[in-house]
Design a protein around this ligand. Sequence first.
Ligand code: CUA
Length: 160
Amino acid sequence: MERFEKVFLCAAALVLVAFLGALGYSSLAMGIHLPSHFGMIHYTADQKLRKVLRKTPPFDHPGVHQVAPGKYQVVVIGLTWSFLPDLIELPLGADVTFVATSMDVIHGFFIAGTRVNMMLIPGQVSEFNYRFRKPGEYLLICHEYCGRLHQTMSAKVVVK
Ligand code: CUA
């Protein structure tokens, strides 16, 4: 084998090991995972999802809920073409868990300027944990095409 072949093979192997190491460290030690569905909402074909959600906790009470000192749960429902609630007010630095779902079709859930980014899938519950470190107004938008007025689907997050 050529000397250069050996060098490049070794370098490639080292890069692979470094990437696998970073992947393992971030998922095992830092607990970073892909945003995914944490639960399902059970309903049958003849039940309207809208009616089921109205009776299914936590979606029977959309909004901001303080669950412990400095800890908040924000329950959001996405529907064509808005978010419920459309105004979310949070204290700066709080430990916030967004719990969201869709009432009709697939929507996106992205808060501009943050890494809060989820898919809202009918019948599935999406969760995302975040801490706002800068006060201000943030725009929550749907970033998944969901029909004629998709571009108008937004809400406001106010952090102070
Ligand atoms: Cu909802 Cu696009």
